[in-house]
Design a binder for this molecule. Structure first.
Ligand code: TYD
Ligand code: MG
Length: 464
């Protein structure tokens, strides 16, 4: 058997005989790493081993219906909501996130929740049995009926699965498991892909639920094994909001349910706790309620409304070119809104630095926040505070018009729940609201354009 070096892309697994800065397969930069492979007749092949010995059954489409999807709740409300009620037999999920975010914690909690309903096997390649045990004690779930294995060798893992015959398998993590007959170290794209697909086949054949945990790289991609995203049924992405302890779980892909939902968690002394009242987290301290440059709006994360506070600071610039900074908001959106304000309100902002921040470290793309951003800027520039009892909802167009915020009814209800008394929205929605059967107790004011919004929200002194 002869050995040779090849360079493999850690993003797409493309193989190249020479190192290059850019992968010829997927165009990624700096993704090629050296791997030693053996060549010759007796070289182990990277092809899945099981394929040669199995033949798949063929059936008519009408006969392939299987049982109705029975969802098994994990008992973690935020996770179940995200999954459309629970996990489905045979479902393979990838839980991806940066190290330290709480993947192992969440999965141990979920395994405990499921352990009463099916046999749970937790395979940890990252921590020793005693470490996992300690964590379970911290979480107060040490009594749960979970079989623990500290394993990294795929064959041993498969053997354990055959012995235990679990209904739930957790692989912690994709980057630690390896197959001895394959080239590359654990975590390399070939190892991750082959080991994960082999476990996936095993889980599917048994109708077991398989959770694969995976670390993501700094740029947010699932480290190397982008391939994993294609083979699993569901991709869950775990992220932290900067500055806060809040962790957001999103379904990026879901063959068995919605992808628009989010789960919110806080890391506590006793593990991850679901956050129900997220709105409170995104509103800054009440002492600042009547500050100039503050406007409250309601954004949607998935189908979940959350109150957010937009903060703007407009100050005369000391630079030749005024600065624009946006935190939690797309900077180009800010440029556009500032241009619209200058044009339609005849506001001169070119001599001013403008900083806009979404409080609480939330990142929003929701256009319904436009109106709040505009009003916060005008509020700061005129040094007049907006009413802290009003929420502002609407998209602002280039022509200065205020457009409809999607799912308005739900947003208004959230504002109402949080104790707000009034809302400024687009004129059409305001007119349609009574007809749509909405029973909000908020005082809803409709505005056609941004100029009307400003005269409503910041009436000239003396015109009141
Ligand atoms: P962990 O689940 O190990 O993260 P991951 O598997 O994604 O790498 O946990 C992350 C952090 O959470 C860890 O630094 C310790 C902390 N933690 C708590 O604060 N409270 C707890 O109850 C537990 C179990 C962990
Ligand atoms: Mg971990």
């Amino acid at each position: 058997m002869k050995l040779k070096a090849v360079y493999r892309c850690q993003e797409c697994a493309h193989e190249s005989p020479k190192w290059a800065g850019q992968c010829a397969g997927c165009g990624a930069w700096n993704s090629l790493t050296e791997e030693v492979v053996s060549i010759g007749k007796d070289a182990p092949s990277a092809r899945p081993r099981a394929l040669t010995s199995t033949s798949s059954a063929v059936v008519r489409l009408s006969e392939a219906k299987g049982e109705a999807l029975a969802r098994v709740p994990t008992g973690i409300a935020e996770l179940d909501g995200l999954l459309g009620g629970g996990v489905v037999a045979g479902q393979v999920l990838l839980l991806a996130g940066p190290p330290g975010i709480g993947k192992s914690t969440l999965m141990l909690q979920a395994a405990a929740g499921l352990s009463g309903k099916c046999k749970a096997l937790y395979v940890s390649g990252e921590e020793s049995l005693s470490q996992v045990g300690d964590r379970a004690r911290r979480l107060g779930i040490e009594k749960a009926d979970i079989t623990l294995a500290s394993e990294t060798d795929l064959d041993s893992i498969l053997k354990t699965i055959a012995d235990v015959s679990p209904g739930l398998i957790v692989l912690d993590s994709a980057q630690t498991v390896f197959r001895q007959d394959l080239p590359g170290s654990p975590g390399s794209v070939v190892q991750v892909r082959e080991c994960s697909s082999e476990l996936l086949r095993e889980a599917k054949a048994r109708g077991a639920v398989l959770f694969i945990l995976g670390h993501v790289t700094k740029d947010g991609s699932v480290a190397g094994p982008k391939v994993l995203e294609h083979i699993v049924d569901t991709v869950l992405q775990f992220d932290a909001e900067e500055r806060r302890m809040l962790r957001i779980l999103r379904a990026e892909k879901n063959r068995f349910g919605p992808t628009s939902e989010v789960g919110l968690f806080e890391m506590t002394q006793k593990g991850l706790k679901g956050v129900e009242n997220a709105s409170a987290l995104f509103l800054e301290e009440s002492a600042q309620k009547s500050a100039c440059g503050r406007a409250v709006s309601v954004t949607l994360e998935g189908s979940r409304p959350m109150l957010v506070e937009v903060q703007a600071l407009v100050v005369p610039t000391r630079y030749p070119l005024a600065r624009r900074m946006a935190t939690g908001l797309d900077i180009n959106r800010l440029f556009t809104l500032v241009a619209a304000l200058e044009k339609h309100l005849h506001l001169r902002l070119d001599g001013h630095d403008i900083f806009v921040n979404i409080a609480g470290g939330l990142k929003v793309k929701d256009p319904a926040l436009d109106l709040a951003v505009c009003l916060a800027i005008v509020s700061s520039s005129r040094e007049r505070a907006l009413s802290h009892e009003t929420v502002f909802l609407g998209e602002v167009g280039l022509l200065g018009g205020v457009g409809r915020a999607g799912v308005l009814d739900r947003r208004l209800r959230e504002a109402e729940r949080a104790g707000f008394g009034a809302a400024i929205v687009d004129a059409r929605s305001a007119k349609d609201l009574p007809k749509s059967g909405s029973r909000t107790t908020l005082k809803v004011l409709g505005v056609e354009d941004i100029a009307a919004a400003v005269s409503q929200a910041l009436p000239e002194k003396g015109s009141q």
